[in-house]
Structures are given as C-alpha cells and as structure tokens.
Design a protein around this ligand. Sequence first.
Ligand code: ADP
Ligand code: TZD
Ligand code: MG
Length: 581
Amino acid sequence: MLNTTTAPATGFTPLQSTNPGQVTGMYILPRALKNIGIDTMYGLVGIPVTEFAYLCQMQGIKFVGFRHEQQAGMAAATHGYLTGKPGVLLTVSSLGFMNGLTATTNATVNCYPMIQISGSSVREPIDLDQGTYEGLDQLNVAKGLVKAAYRVNQPQDIPVAVARAYRAAISGRPGGVYLDVTTPCLGATMDKDEAAKLFFTPVDPQPPMVPSADSVKRAVQLLASAKRPAFVLGKGAAFARIDDEIKQLVETTGIPFYPMSMAKGLLPDSHPLSAISARSTIMEQADVVVLVGARLNWLLSRGQGKWNPQGKFIQLDIDPQEIDCNRPIAAPVVGDLKSSVTALLNALKGVTLSMDSAWVPGIQAESKVKNAKFLQRLQVDTVPMTHWSALGPVKKVLESNPDVILVNEGANTLDDTRDAVDMSLPRHRIDCATWAIMGMGMGSAIGAAVATGKSVVAVEGDSAFGFSGMDFSTICRFKLPVTVVIFNNGGIYNGIGVNPSGGTDPAPTTLDVKARYDKLGEAFGAKTYYVTTPADLQTALTEAIASKLPCLIDVQLAADSGKESGHIGYLNPASLYQFTV
Ligand code: ADP
Ligand code: TZD
Ligand code: MG
C-alpha cells in the first residue's frame, strides 16, 4: 500500500510506499503517459488528482498549473496542434471536468489532438444519484462532445486506456479525447512487477492513410483541365507538417493559393502566388478549387454565396465524412495529407496544365493595388488610437520578429490583426478559429510558449482577454516569454453601446474603456505598459519581445473604434433575416 499522508509544514511529501511490492493507479498513470511520450501536462488540481499531479512531476512530466481548467485545456490543445502529439489536460471531478470540457470540445471541433484526463468520483453513489462529493456521470456528459470517451476503473487497465486515448486523439482526423479515471482506480493497488509488464509502446499510432490511385487520377485530370485553378490551404495542412510538399505543389504548378487564418505562413503571405488579398476573385472566378486540409464550413460560406456556381472542388482530407458536406465535391482525395499531396505531386509529373495565362497576373495586379491601399490604412497616426492605427506598429514589430508565435482573439481585434499582420512561417498563428471561441488567449499563449520554447505575442480584444485574463498570472508564475497586447476599446465590438431603455445600466456590449489592464499585470510582477500613441506602442512591443519575459501592454483605443461583430456582422439574425431590431 502507498501512504498518501502529507506533511503540512513542508507541503507535499512524496508518496511513501509502506509496501514496496505494490503500486497504485496514480503511480501507473504517469508511467503510462511517459511511456507514450507525454512530457507535459496542463491542469488544475484538487480531489482526487492532487497526488497524481505530484507524481507526474516526480516522474519528470512538466506540470503547468492554471487558474481555470478551460485555459489549461486551451494550452493542451495548442500544444497538440504545435507538436503533432496530443496535449494533456488534467481536471478534478464534475466542475473541473466541465470547465475543461469546453476546451476538449473546442479541440474536437478544430481537429487539435488532446486528451482530457479527469478524476471522477466513486461510481456507485453517482449511479444511484445519492449526492456524493463532486458526483457527475462525466463519461456520458463527455460522449457526443468529444472525438472519443473512455473510462478506466482498475489500475491494470491504465496502460491500455492511455494507448487507446492516444490513438483516438492522433489517428485519422485528430480531436479531443476524454479519459475518465475513477477515484478507486487512482487509489487501488496492484503488484509492482505485474504492473511493469503492462506497459507497451503502441506501434504506428498515426498510420498513414494512402488515398486510392483512382481518386488521385480523377483529381489530376480535373486540375489539368482548369483555366482558373486555386488552392485553399487550411490548418489541417499546417498541422500535417508537409511544408516542403505544399511549397512544391504550389510552385511547380504555379497555381495561386489562399490561406485560411491559421494556415497563414504555411507559405509566406508575401509569396508571389499568394491570393490572400484576392479572396472574392478566387470565390467568384476560380473554376477548380483544391481544398487542402480546409473545410467548406461557415468560414468559406459553406461553398455558397459568392462562390462560382459552376466551379468544381477537389478536396484533400483525411475524413471521408467531410466530403460533400456542403457542396458536391467533384474529386475527393481521402487520405492523410502527406500521402495525398505526395501522390498528387507524382501524378502531376509530365502533366500540362491549361491555366489561363491572364489568371495569375490578374490576381497579382489586384493584390498589389489592394495591398497598397491597405497599407495606407495602417499608416494613420490617429490618437486616441483605432484598431488600424494600433496595428500599424504591431505589424511592423511582428513582421520583423517572424519567429514569434501570434495568438489572436476578439472580433475587430481578430479580423483586423489577421488582415494586417503578414505571416511568413508555418504554425505561427493561433486564433479562436472554427468556433470563434473567446477565451482561448492566455491558454493558447501558454501552450505555444511551453510546447515550442518560442516567444509569443497575444493580441487580444478587451472582451476576449476578460475570458482568460486571470491566467496571465500563470504566464508570470512560469516566467514565459509571452507579451499580451490588449486592445481596449471599452467593449464587445466597441465601447459606445447605449442602453436603449434610457436606464443607467451599461449597454450589453459595454465594458471598461478606462480600465488599466497594465495594473493587473503589475499585480503578478510582469513588465507592463500603458500606451496611447502608435509610437509608444511600437517601442513597448519591441522592448517587450526582446525581454523574453512576461509583459502586458494595455493599448488605449478610442471607444468608437470597431463595428458590431467585426467582419461577420452579416451573420447577426437581423442581417440574415433582414428585419429591423
Ligand atoms: P481551416 O479552418 O483552416 O479551414 P479546418 O479546421 O476547417 O481548417 O479543416 C481542417 C481539415 O483538415 C479537417 O477537415 C481535417 O479532417 C483535415 N485534416 C487534419 N489533419 C489532416 C491530415 N493529417 N491529413 C489530411 N487531412 C487532415
Ligand atoms: N462567448 C464566447 C465563449 N465566444 C464568443 N465568440 C462570444 C461569447 C461572442 N463574442 C464574439 O464572437 S467576439 C466577442 C464576443 C463576446 C468579443 C469582441 O470584443 P473584443 O474585440 O473586445 O474582444 P473588439 O476589438 O472590441 O471587437
Ligand atoms: Mg473590445
């Protein structure tokens, strides 16, 4: 048996074995995780997982303790996206589990590999609804919201449970996996030598899925016939780590590409074949569009609206169920992207394309005009600052520090930063993505910094920051090279909302335009700045990145900077159904 008494004066005393021949579930679990290469865990402890977290630390797993589980989950998901291996989130039962589940579900929606491990209370009183401590039927809550969900009830099943969770997170389309570990399973003991025999290394946990030769042939034939072809690169392509193959595909065909938000930098935004400034032209005029790890979801108007009704799609994706989900796909290529792009490159050898000679020069000419116009918008020195005048210096500083990872959330702050800041390296932009989820900022920044060791800048709307702000303290506690830049326009979309009742309560969109977020940073020992001019912002951001320390820059914007819902106001019910509120 293991004795789990703690010594209050000195904090935790490593679990002492009163019977060296026995080990507990909570000892086996970190061993099993280490065995499959997990070296980091993000979480928040309490009954029944506190000792387990200590045991993880003792066994050499880095434990990053958070103030809120959702943030720890966002960190795990970002860790998964950036490393290609599942990030791990640890939560306590019921409430901690629920707080973390949003992040695990968000990871599933975004195809990020992660595993949420949660302690859960003793089964019997939960099943009889007898009001046990933090009791909840967690497994059944998680099912349906995550890619896969498992429960492990006895220590001898832990190595298999971990391997199953790992495979589920990483194979096929990646996603969030839930692993329920009951209190009895954590505390139960088994023979140490018997336990040692249970560990194994899963063979080929992320097997290649090679597309059929016919599907590749069909795609090449369609592409070869195209007059105005285009690639749309998605974050699936960034996740697949096939940077060289993508470059080859674009450059050998000479076909322009449009990168989705998190695929920016897969090829530099400044690449001559980048159609990032010609989105409408691609939608309206392309006759063959190749989706490479990008879904035809709301972010691409579900293939409707502006899209050329006669246009045909080739879709490269690992998930066969993605095909035809919004619009018929003329040439699906189902497989992992490394295999599919390699097969496409081989099949394209010696094939002559029939691209119109005016197509690429047209896009380039349009891009040149639009980029010049756009730059002018960023060169204004308006004080109080607008999103645009603030983004002028942010663009300059970030583009001269291309290896900094940019985390970004908000409405106007998201849309305008994405459009303003060119990316030149793959997997250097992480944002609120497919679900447009606010509150990914601090967690993703921490996950990115821990997983890569690189510097991170998080550009946050003031509302967006509010969702995760307390975990700025985690950035400080772990002394991470993260700079948080808060665009304070005093509200959701802006700070000029008016309470239509004439009452004194703030409007639903109104926050705190005079708030000094820099003081919040000070509380945790960060280097902080409060800036009111573009020049001061440029100086502060340059200095903050160079310091490689936790920094917070409160950027004072005008309260009237920003419009409702940023670029997606058309999705509001009043706009969709054309009525007046
Ligand atoms: P974006 O938002 O950038 O358009 P999405 O998250 O909508 O990207 O789409 C990513 C797509 O990439 C998903 O449909 C997913 O199945 C696919 N995907 C992820 N990893 C791979 C891979 N290794 N090989 C092929 N497809 C992948
Ligand atoms: N809650 C959650 C979890 N996600 C959301 N996306 C929203 C609410 C709704 N929402 C948006 O879609 S953007 C946004 C909210 C609350 C914040 C926009 O304000 P901001 O950015 O201060 O972050 P700007 O620059 O003022 O637009
Ligand atoms: Mg705001």
